[in-house]
Design a binder for this molecule. Structure first.
Ligand code: COA
Length: 140
């Protein structure tokens, strides 16, 4: 990762940078995952667990973590296409892991779309293993 890149907690002035990064990195995501919904939700609940990677004043990466007292979760890992394959994604994951560990978290889970082989490889390189589970969900 370039020396000028910094990872820090999300601040309100990062909104536009994050919104445009997520639109680029997660095309076709449902409305409830978009920045205008997800960021106010997150910053109103666990504001210390949304992080940005910043280079030359611009947002080039994001990661969102969550801790429920039992398990930690990672979401919204994204790096601008022009900044990929230089360690920013790895640094974001490690940063979020440290934040979760500091809260007492001992196990981190995450979900990846079944078609996203590249991201599965990225996480396996970071020590994450595919677990024999079926993921279920329901909007309430
Ligand atoms: C996944 C993502 C965050 C990785 O960010 P990154 O900054 O490029 O990651 P790193 O540079 O730290 O990559 C570390 C290693 O992961 C693996 N990796 C990363 N991207 C990969 C790809 N597209 N294909 C295969 N392996 C990949 C490589 O082994 C890489 O090491 P190398 O560059 O020395 O070969 C980025 O590709 C991205 O934003 N993708 C789109 C958004 C997305 O799908 N997010 C996941 C949602 S679950």
């Amino acid at each position: 990762m370039a020396g000028s890149t910094r990872i820090r907690r999300y601040g309100a002035s990062d909104f536009e940078g994050v919104r445009s990064l997520w639109e680029e990195a997660f095309p076709g995501d449902p409305p409830w995952n978009r920045a205008d919904r997800a960021i106010p939700e997150k910053t109103g609940f666990q504001p210390d667990l949304l992080f940005v990677a910043v280079a030359d004043g611009a947002v080039i990466g994001t990661i969102m973590a969550g801790y429920d007292g039992h398990r930690g979760w990672l979401y919204a890992v994204a790096v601008r296409p022009g900044a990929r394959r230089s360690g920013v994604g790895t640094a974001l994951v490690r940063h979020a892991e440290e934040a979760l560990k500091a809260l007492g978290c001992g196990k981190i889970n995450l979900q990846v779309r079944a078609t996203n082989d590249a991201v599965v490889h990225f996480y396996q390189r970071l020590g994450y293993a595919i677990e024999d589970r079926v993921s279920l969900g329901r909007r309430v």
